[in-house]
Design a protein around this ligand. Structure first.
Ligand SMILES: [Zn+2]
Length: 552
């Protein structure tokens, strides 16, 4: 009797609770996952971490200073692979992965078996949309892992919209991932933003309209002079330096740069001016409006790369007035962009993070002038000598194909075809390279575990070694040395802090104010974003969430 009453009570109770549940289901969930309306990932190409403070006093309140004062800054964020090049950096930030796994081993690499040179985002199966150019035969197909932007699309059943924007194809395509709604980049021939048939068959009407307005031409119309009186640029070297590059037709490297005239001959010249960043952020505003980003049910993701900082850096080096002026103007452009997001999406409703794909060395001319060890290096002579030595020992000509990305690429067809002793070839190569001036280490990638190389270089080499897409011997140059063709400007690609210590700042939705000096890695950015969004980490992610950012 008691048992049947008890059963009756239980069944009545479960009837009421089931009714309550179905009522709740009809009304929709009352306790939904908390996510921002929009995520904006901004990558400043070639931005060394120290630029935050080198120009700090001259920044306004709404750009870099706003990120530092309102947001959270990870002061010691390090790239943890080699080589520190553009495509790899953008890939790592948005995948949490490294060349060994992501497949993006450099901007260009040699397929080890075929010897074919591949550009990171080339894809002959697609074509340009918006211009008649080979520069549109691009897609993310060479990327072997998912991005955090892909994971957001997967997590929300494709309700989230993802768009990439950059002057550079690779810096737009790789962050936006495989499932992006769109990626746009700048076409030098037409001076307009284009995409490829990977994403769409025709540009949206508002992009076509934007291009017809010739926005780039308007931005360069007054040439490039300094934003403030030139004598106030105390953070930089004096203007006319032999280590600075020149635009075509210029007789000196000094301000003012008649970029309005240069642009008429060469639209790509826009890239090496601060106006390339202005154009990118202006177009990003159009994208937010055109795709109604931040207005849907699920969070959207916009990836932006400001690439002009890289082109300016390559041409003039970090100690130039041109570099300083570019950052001061970028700071203003960022401030305006954040204000736009405040108005369109709502302050505190969007999550923004800012980082860099790599840093840069001081220009060699500048370093040498100040007694700091630095020098030029080229692989050409080394490859010729190696081929002579290896031919004498193994009886086969041209066993070395190239010295790309600070790696020695061997002709694997010959090595397998003639059944040569590859270990012996690599041993001879390492012995010879180690003796050359400017080379600190040469190491057989397959034997890196037993090589007497200190951390973090050892792990960076392991992370950077993709068996199919990297040369089999890695070279590490002396600090301050880098591969260069001319004696002007600078570059990046090495393990050293000047190339690998990058800014990392978060601001907005879910971010408290603060900073940490703990060392974190570039591979930690994607899992941190994934944690904040409550979505899965990307498929090749080896990083860990930065707890100082994610914990409340
Ligand atoms: Zn670069």
């Amino acid at each position: 009797m008691y048992r049947s009453i008890a059963l009756f009570v239980i069944s009545v109770a479960s009837f009421f609770s089931a009714t309550a549940q179905s009522r709740q289901a009809a009304a929709g969930p009352t306790d939904a996952v908390s996510r921002p309306k929009l995520v904006v990932g901004i990558v400043i190409d070639q931005m060394r971490w120290d630029y935050l403070y080198r120009y700090y006093d001259r920044y306004g309140g709404g750009g870099f200073k706003r990120l530092i004062k309102e947001g959270f800054t990870c002061e010691n964020t390090m790239i943890n692979y080699l080589p520190s090049y553009t495509a790899v950096g953008h890939t790592c930030i948005f995948t949490g992965s490294v060349p060994a796994i992501s497949g993006i081993s450099s901007n260009n690499w040699t397929e080890q078996l075929s010897g074919q040179t591949v550009y990171c985002t080339e894809d002959s199966t697609v074509r340009a949309v918006g211009a008649n150019t080979n520069g549109g035969k691009m897609s993310p197909r060479n990327l072997l892992v998912s991005t955090v932007t892909d994971e957001l699309r997967l997590a929300t059943n494709y309700q989230s919209r993802v768009v990439g924007v950059s002057l550079k194809d690779r810096a737009s395509i790789l962050p936006a991932g495989h499932t992006a709604n769109a990626a746009f980049w700048f076409d030098d021939g037409s001076g307009s933003f284009i995409t490829s048939t990977y994403y769409m068959q025709q540009l949206p009407g508002w992009v076509e309209k934007y291009n017809i307005g010739h926005p780039a031409e308007k931005l360069v119309a007054h040439g490039w002079n300094t934003l403030y009186p030139i004598e106030t640029y105390h953070s930089s070297d004096s203007d006319d330096q032999l280590y600075e590059g020149r635009f075509p037709g210029e007789t000196s490297s000094s301000f003012p740069h008649k970029i309005d005239e240069v642009y008429k001959q060469q639209k790509g010249s826009l890239r090496a001016t601060p106006f390339g960043n202005s154009l990118t952020l202006d177009f990003a505003r159009m994208v937010v409006q055109g795709y109604r980003l931040g207005r849907g049910k699920a969070p959207d993701f916009l990836t932006i790369n400001c690439a002009s900082t890289d082109y300016v850096g390559h041409m003039y080096g970090p100690n130039s007035i041109e570099a300083e002026d570019t950052y001061l103007r970028l700071d203003r452009d960022l401030a305006a962009f954040f204000q736009f997001l405040d108005a369109k999406v709502g302050k505190g409703q969007y999550l923004v993070f800012l980082s860099a794909d790599h840093g840069a060395a001081h220009a060699i001319g500048y370093s040498q002038e100040h007694g700091i060890p630095a020098d030029y290096w080229g692989p050409g002579g080394l490859v010729d000598s190696l081929n002579k030595i290896l031919a004498a020992r193994f009886g086969i000509e041209n066993l070395v194909r190239s010295g790309m990305n600070y790696q020695i690429n061997f002709d694997m067809g010959k090595i397998y075809g003639y059944r040569l002793d590859f270990d012996a070839i690599k041993k001879k190569t390492v012995e010879y390279c180690q003796q050359q001036p400017g080379i600190t280490y040469a190491v057989d990638m397959a034997r890196i575990g037993e090589a007497p190389i200190p951390e973090p270089i050892k792990t960076m080499i392991i992370n950077g070694y993709n068996f199919k897409r990297s040369g089999a011997v890695q070279l590490v140059l002396n600090a301050g040395w880098f591969e260069a063709e001319g004696k002007t400007g600078t570059t990046h690609g090495s393990w050293n802090p000047y190339d690998t210590h990058i800014p990392l700042l978060f601001m907005g939705w879910g971010i408290r104010h603060g900073s940490t000096n703990a060392v974190v890695n570039m591979t930690d950015i994607a899992p941190t974003i994934a944690s904040l969004l409550h979505i899965q980490m990307p498929s090749g992610c080896i990083g860990r969430p930065i707890l100082a950012v994610t914990e409340r």
